[in-house]
Ligand binder design. Sequence first.
Ligand SMILES: C[S@@+](CC[C@H](N)C(=O)[O-])C[C@H]1O[C@@H](n2cnc3c(N)ncnc32)[C@H](O)[C@@H]1O
Length: 275
Amino acid sequence: MKKEYLSAPLPFVGQKRMFAKEYIKVLGEVKDAKVFVDLFGGSGLLSHITKRQRPDATVVYNDFDNYRRRIENIGRTNTMLDRLRDILVSVPRLKIVPKPIRERILDMMAEEEAETGFVDYITLSTSLLFSMKYATTLEEMRKHTMYNRIRRSGYDANGYLDGIVVESCDYRELFEKYRDRDDVVFLVDPPYLSTDAGTYNMYWKLSDYLDVLTVLVGHRYVYFTSDKSSIVELCDWLGKNKEIGNPFIGATRKEFNASMNYNSHYTDMMLYNVA
Ligand SMILES: C[S@@+](CC[C@H](N)C(=O)[O-])C[C@H]1O[C@@H](n2cnc3c(N)ncnc32)[C@H](O)[C@@H]1O
């Protein structure tokens, strides 16, 4: 029996591990579907679970962030963790890493990157940075205070992506490939609507978030969101007020830029239609 992972084998912010069991139940309700397309694959956890539950189905994982590169480099990351354990031997658990030791760690990372071209900074972050803080580059790592939160054992991802079709493209492109099939289920877990998308490299504004909804119409889907985005509330409201359309068509807009402090700005608007 192949191991079934119920959480991503390497740290990934936004992975749907808390829904793993519920998601498995949903799969039991779509036995006739033959293709599952994970449009926003992230760590690939939903693709992995789908393939384990439905080995007969085609499962397409959209690896937009190149998570598979992190998986492929797991051996190297484990070796770095072994070396870190040695370097950190004199630092008590959860305590700040003193400057000279921190410098050794940063040098080790720089060397590894120069030699191999890849360091899994996200995974190393969970062993070195304050909870939920992540660096994605050496430069970012340098800016953080380090703590000894070293993981006691290595990671493994044996067979995690076995049998899965891996793609890496914009979700719209992948959707176009499969949209006309009637045996497809789309897994739709877009990035959080926010000004800070954590460890992913992009900024998702409301219209990007709303664009994703067009994928759902007329297709079978499993969609994920959070109450932070208020998207379900918005759709409920639109459903009840179908006739309203855009009340600002024909309005004139005046803007006023306001600053709260050096990194927080917003724009106040006045829209008027008095003709
Ligand atoms: C919330 S995460 C998905 C998490 C995933 N379901 C899991 O369990 O690990 C959203 C993912 O969408 C990716 N993404 C961002 N923009 C995208 C785009 N235009 N097309 C496809 N994926 C995109 C992000 O990089 C991120 O990996």
